[in-house]
Design a protein around this ligand. Sequence first.
Ligand code: CA
Length: 522
Amino acid sequence: MNLLALLLAPLAAADTAPPRGIPTSTVCYEVFVRSFFDSDGDGIGDLNGLTQKLGYIEDLGARCIWLMPVAESPSYHGYDVTDYYRVEPDFGTNEDFKRFVGEAHRRGIRVLVDLVLNHISSEHPSFQAALRDSASPYRSWFLWSRTPGPKNQWGGDNWHRSPVRDEYYYGFFWRGMPDLNFETAAVREEAKRVARYWLEEMKVDGFRLDAIRHLFEDGAQTANVPATHTYLREFTSYLRGIAPNSFTIGEVWDSTPALLAYYPDQLDAYFAFEVSDAILDAVRLGSAAKLFPAVIRAQRDLPAGRWSPFLRNHDQTRTLTALRGDVAGARLAATLLLTFPGLPFVYYGEEIGMTGDKPDPRLRTPMQWSRAPGAGFTRGTPWERLQPDSLTATVEAAEADSTSLLHLHRRLIRLRAETPAVGAGELVPLETGHDAVAAYLRRVPGETRAVLVILNLGTAPVAGVTVTSGDRVLPAGRYTPRRLLGAVTSAAPLRVGPDGRIRGWVPLRTLAPRQGAVLELK
Ligand code: CA
């Protein structure tokens, strides 16, 4: 491809190609199998348990599930794989997995699995062979050094002393997870073979790719090196060859500008960490001042529908804990997430306001289904101690309370599915003159229906908030607001002049603290 074609590629893709992958009108639900539902009483969540709970995920409205690693692993978290072709025995068998996928597909739910390519378990036979036998063909699968190497940015070690001989091996995250050496052709080919197995044999719809900015190293540079981009292009084009409708989303835990190098021709999508942080910060601080720059940048610079906001994932303090138990804040955060552009991801338990803080196992505790012993998660002893609120923050309690966070999630996800402006529209930030009040439109160009989201993030009531915009945000005309969500008694009509500008509009007389509304403008 010449330079001109390269420069035009994102534009051309946006203009002509049908949207690939998963529509932004739905949401994906991130599940930790070990903690979701235990079907056999051993205290460990499993695939048959997950299959039994698919109705819950379907009712939530998610049409896609991301499973954290399900391949065989000696650790509870599964990010150190010992057999890429076998389901972790704690979770069941490969046949259980296939049944789960079949049942998910029957309900119109796609299945993405975590694919861990950067590193492997130190107990994997290939690493053990390489460690013990310096003539092993697997030696070149890993990175070795005579010296321990410099400390990493956190003052820890990336190079770990071999227990066998006087040498060190490279493992970016942990000594139990040696990095694979992607300079070795056999490693690159094996990664494709693993992906092919899960697509063709296990019938998954795609992958969440872990830690991909670390695939290649270049001296002291341990992330985002050019060879990583080259390989992601090769890997993705291979996947498209064998499974044209598969979907890939990558973890590049970095800023939106750093994400740009991963488009347009690598994975389908990446998580937008900056957008997520902006939502949480705005709610925590009660200020809309820094809410929009990250989402506007993502919307402007990244291909439409190919990035994903979320509130929290399995590596981060849960939303309600980050907000110090402020349920109204959690409602605002969910409202922002699920009315933002991009393909949103919801981490299991967030929808019922589960709590959890580091260390990591406490971010991944068993799902709280009911007040029953074991939180209805297991009839045995849960693999990990439940959270202190396991008797109150349950699915059972949330089902019974029409004002619960769970019902709010369901309403917002349905709204997203049924309202093109919310499901696929552009976000247009509006000026409110109040630091605490966030207001934005979602609109599809050419559509006469738009949606206004207006939220008071602050802890004091505000009255008479005036909304204004730049030129050409709506077609000229008179709009009657209709309540889609929120405690709204009456909303004032809006008149938009020929310049398409909103000026001096006071949609709602008052906004209660930590409350807001979603209105359709027609
Ligand atoms: Ca079990």
